[in-house]
Design a protein around this ligand. Structure first.
Ligand code: 26V
Length: 836
């Protein structure tokens, strides 16, 4: 049962160089002498069978990565061996997304091989940056939810928890974004075009996934062939998850879909040559591509099959492992915890019930008890359009046995609701799993809540709104299940790796134990008054800005001035995240400057980055507007020396690793009540940016941790948003606030979109005619006021840096180690398992 109690923090290992690691490697200690490391040279020459003259940076990258994998492979295998031997309780993290980014530098760092790597690049004189850039940025996720899963894997391995991630091996990750004429264009991300040195295929561990119908691919869509059952194969591909210190190396197991060979033989013998190949095509299609829309559950049949494929493959795999070491099904909840990352894998409720009922031959009550005690569910959004509901018809076609089970769960749930609130049929209807009326739909969040012992949101405010508003009826029925786990991010990737200057300066001041014990950053607080430390933190920020400016120049030919404020908003483009509000602020500053060229304002560079779902038209217009706005202010002689706007294309983990350390200001400006948590907010904070933002998501807790006086908070609270929504009118602000009116008039005059009247029209619709559902205009004046406070602080460099230090000092809570410690103690009841 989940509790609200603070976790007893699982103790983290000190980072010792993994001295026991190298000797374990079969060839003895690795030598990097004279630039001729045997391991590297061997991979370089033999893996691709190339002449030395044909070898380029891609081959060098592969050879280095393969060498690192050689070094970690024995420890990886020992980790699994230890788990098998000791049979501890394990946590399985099920997620449709893992936004991994690049692995080479991260693995080198976590293995403690950094000094060796530095020596290697020194001696060989190879171009380190060019070689690292050869690794594709593994983009198997859309945004926050997928990146959170990757941070959690890092923390679980670092904390030596027996954990495994389960996901899908998409052949194409999140699309590549280019900006053409200001518009987003999508290109496929063929990240597996070249062999991936990190993955290990394990075809001998393939599992069968049974479906109630067959498929063919028509016009890019999956079409069901009714009444002809079929089988998919799930092939596991394992990736190492190296804990910091290299002691534990856990596994991320990604499933690829394939056709069982038996199919082909039967079909061939019947002369169905083309039919057999089409079958193979349909099976391969299942894990072809990540769905790039994180805001609408659009009723895509292929997505439904993907979700079941993940669940069925993963449960078959973990149940097989459980059965190998345990004989009694009743021990499952003591040996296995399964965390559902949003509702995407929530078919696990029905699948586990099916396994227990049909394979274990257990009774309903016993099966239900085991299922509930094993599963736990995390909610990541309250947006109604993102809450998954699948047509009941699809269950009939594809998963008839699961449908029977879900209908029985639904029947019992309705019975329970009516027993508790007799005659309250409305409540039973609202809280049930199957939504009636019209085409029947299965509410996946309700299924997940009914079938789990823990339901958590990802920040205090979000967990409260989830419980009190979004699923209130179920929360009243099962109050003990609901709890909060405020998100966190891994300080290894997001500080130590991405910001060496700042990390070095912290190390010098307080040592390096913060890397696995972020609460230690608190001891920096008094140093905010230490002139020497203040100046070294300022220098670190400047170094990060210079590094970023150099990179931007070399990559995109764009020059930015490190002496300006770097003011960033980077995240998926969504109306609720209000990139448009930021645009309005920039237009207001631009106007002020044009009205009064002598205005004393701090020179500033605004950075935007983020992708829009390909079918989200309004979000694409927002991107177009921001690009046009940039063209205008960057080209206007009246402003271009003091305001610049840069839209960085193709936001991804690697871009974030460069921009976040270089930023002075972090914009977290969602309409209060809409951003579940946010996680970039935390990365900015630990890198010494100051936040200008609304009281939403985890930003509220960040401000509390740093002291609200060290934040630039503004705008309506979630309560104010909820209570004013009924009577709110953007027109009032347009008519009564001169600057708001002038900003909108300037936009609608076509000043920024001269030959594109559609843009101004769309913005007018969003902000005025359409009623401004995300209440941009309600918050603009207070955003401008907070921005003035921010600018005046920036004009006092010491005072600014002091606040930055107080932010860094308060950021310890937002380590994913803290989050995982809470999951482990409150939800999973899980202990570390030391390898060997
Ligand atoms: C929803 C859907 C709907 C159907 C098709 C594909 C798809 C893919 C992803 C999603 C998930 C949307 C929810 C989400 O990403 N939430 C974000 O989770 C972060 C980690 O908890 C949190 O910091 C962000 O505030 C929250 O927006």
């Amino acid at each position: 049962m989940a509790t609200e109690h603070a976790a007893s923090h699982t103790r983290l290992p000190r980072h010792d160089a993994p001295d026991d690691l190298l000797p374990q490697y079969g060839c003895g200690p690795i030598k990097f002498d004279g630039g001729s490391n045997a391991l590297f040279e061997r991979h370089l020459l033999f893996d691709n069978v190339l002449a030395p003259s044909e070898i380029g940076n891609r081959e060098r990258y592969e050879a280095i990565a393969r060498s690192v994998r050689d070094i970690l492979s024995q420890r990886w295998q020992q980790t699994e061996e230890t788990y098998n031997r000791e049979n501890p309780k394990r946590i399985y993290y099920l997620s449709m997304e893992f936004l991994i980014g690049r692995s080479l530098r991260n693995n080198v760092l976590n293995l403690g091989l950094d000094p060796l790597a530095r020596r290697f690049f020194n001696e060989t004189q190879l171009d380190e940056l060019a070689i690292l850039a050869e690794e594709p940025d593994a983009g198997l996720g859309n945004g926050g939810l997928g990146r959170l899963a990757a941070c959690f894997l890092d923390s679980m391995a670092t904390m030596q928890l027996p954990a495994m991630g389960y996901g899908l091996r998409y052949e194409y990750g999140i699309f590549k974004q280019t900006i053409v004429d200001g518009w987003q264009r999508e290109q496929p991300d063929n990240w597996l075009r070249r062999p991936d040195p990190w993955e290990v295929a394990r075809p001998h561990l393939a599992v069968a996934v049974e479906l109630g119908c067959s498929f063919e691919v028509r016009g890019g869509n999956l079409k069901a062939i009714v009444g002809v059952p079929s089988t998919l194969l799930g092939i596991p591909y394992d990736r190492p998850v190296v804990g910091y210190g290299g002691k534990t190396i856990n596994t991320l197991r990604l499933w690829a879909s394939a056709t069982p060979d038996s199919f082909d033989f039967q079909e061939f013998s019947a002369g169905e040559f083309v039919g057999a190949l089409a079958e193979r095509l349909a099976a391969d299609t299942v894990t072809r591509v990540l769905y790039p829309d994180d805001s609408t559950s659009m009723g895509q049949g292929l997505r439904f099959v993907q979700e079941y494929f993940l669940v069925a493959s993963s449960l078959a795999d973990l149940v097989r492992r459980f059965r190998a070491n345990n004989s009694d099904w009743n021990d499952l909840p003591d040996k296995v915890a399964i965390q559902l990352n949003d509702t995407h894998p929530s078919l696990a409720v029905a699948e586990l019930m099916r396994i227990l009922l049909d394979k274990g031959n257990l009774a309903w009550e016993e099966s239900w008890e085991i299922t509930r005690r094993t599963l736990a569910y995390t909610n990541h959004t309250l947006l109604p359009e993102a809450l998954e509901k699948w047509p009941l018809r699809w269950f009939e076609l594809l998963l008839p046995r699961h449908l029977e089970i879900i209908l029985e769960i639904d029947r019992r749930l309705r019975e329970e609701l009516l027993a508790r609130w007799p005659d309250d049929n409305d409540r039973a209807e609202r809280a049930s799993i199957v939504e009636r009326g019209g085409a029947r739909l299965v509410r996946m969040a309700h299924l997940a809540i009914a079938g789990s012992h823990s339901v958590n949101g990802v920040a205090e405010i979000h967990s409260r709104l989830l419980r009190d508003v979004t699923v209130r009826d179920l929360a009243e029925l099962y109050p003990d299940r609901f709890n909060n786990k405020t998100n966190g991010v891994t300080p290894r990737r997001w500080l130590l790796l991405s910001n060496p200057d700042l990390a070095g300066c912290i190390n010098e001041a307080i040592g390096d134990r913060w890397v696995t014990d972020m609460e230690r950053l608190e001891t920096l607080r008094p140093l905010a008054e230490d002139g020497g430390f203040v100046s070294s933190v300022r220098q670190a920020k400047r170094a990060a800005k210079l590094r970023f400016a150099d990179w931007l120049k070399s990559q995109a030919g764009i020059s930015v001035d490190p002496d300006t404020i770097f003011d960033s908003q980077v995240k998926r483009i969504h109306e609720y995240k209000r990139q448009l509000l930021n645009g309005l602020r920039i237009v207001a500053l631009y106007r002020r400057l044009r009205e009064n060229p002598h205005l004393d304002i701090e020179p500033r560079t605004f950075f935007f980055a983020g992708k829009a779902a390909p079918a989200y038209h309004v979000a694409k217009v927002i991107i177009k507007f921001l690009n046009n706005l940039g063209d205008t202010i960057n080209g206007d002689p009246a402003t271009r020396d003091r305001l610049r706007l840069v839209f960085l294309p193709d936001y991804c983990v690697s871009v974030a690793e460069r921009l976040i350390p270089a930023s002075d200001v972090s914009n977290q400006i969602s309409t209060a009540g809409y951003e579940a948590s946010g996680t970039s907010n935390m990365k900015f904070m630990m890198n010494g940016a100051l936040t200008i933002g609304t009281r939403d998501g985890a930003t509220i807790e960040m401000a509390a941790a740093a002291g609200e006086e060290n934040f630039f908070l503004f705008g309506l609270t979630a309560e104010q948003v909820a209570t004013s929504r009924g009577w709110y009118s953007p027109w009032w602000h347009y008519e009564n606030e001169p600057e708001t009116r002038a900003v909108l008039d300037l936009i609608m005059s076509g000043h920024f979109c001269r030959h594109e009247p559609m843009i101004g029209e769309t913005l007018r619709n969003i902000l005025l005619a359409g009623g401004d559902p995300y209440m941009h205009l309600a918050d603009l004046a207070s955003y401008m006021e907070a921005d003035m406070r921010l600018q005046s602080l920036y004009s006092e460099p010491d005072a600014w840096t002091r606040r930055a230090i107080l932010n860094i000092a308060g950021s310890g809570k937002f380590s994913s180690d803290r989050t995982i410690a809470e999951y482990a103690s409150d939800i999973w009841n899980l202990e570390p398992c030391l390898v060997r």
